[in-house]
Design a protein around this ligand. Structure first.
Ligand SMILES: [Zn+2]
Ligand SMILES: [Zn+2]
Length: 104
């Protein structure tokens, strides 16, 4: 007796049959290769968000996390989400209160 993989319709050696429950009454019969591929890695999030470090004017993109550090200066206090108008950021940077002495 052999089973047929529900996914690729190949015959499955009885030793390689995998039962995958769909819900309480249903299950799928899968071959090993389909079973091992049944939960494909979700595509890596390419949802990177653009950030801008107004400390060193370095823009970069990162996957959104709680704390974004500027890869350039390693600080997080001046890193802002770069969906703002960049011109505003530049003028902010040029603000005389911007302490260039703290650059490094
Ligand atoms: Zn299969
Ligand atoms: Zn920086």
């Amino acid at each position: 007796m052999s089973s047929i993989c529900e996914k690729c319709k190949c015959e499955i050696n009885i030793n390689n049959v995998k039962y995958v429950s769909q819900d309480e009454d249903n299950y799928s019969i899968l071959c090993l290769s389909c079973y091992s591929g049944k939960t494909p890695e979700p595509p890596k999030s390419t949802n990177k968000i653009k950030y801008f470090c107004s400390r060193c004017r370095y823009s970069f993109s990162r996957n959104p996390t709680v704390k974004i550090k500027c890869p350039y200066c390693g600080k997080e206090d001046k890193v802002i989400n770069d969906d703002r108008n960049v011109k505003n950021i530049i003028s902010e940077v040029s603000d005389p209160t911007f302490d260039e002495g703290n650059l490094f």
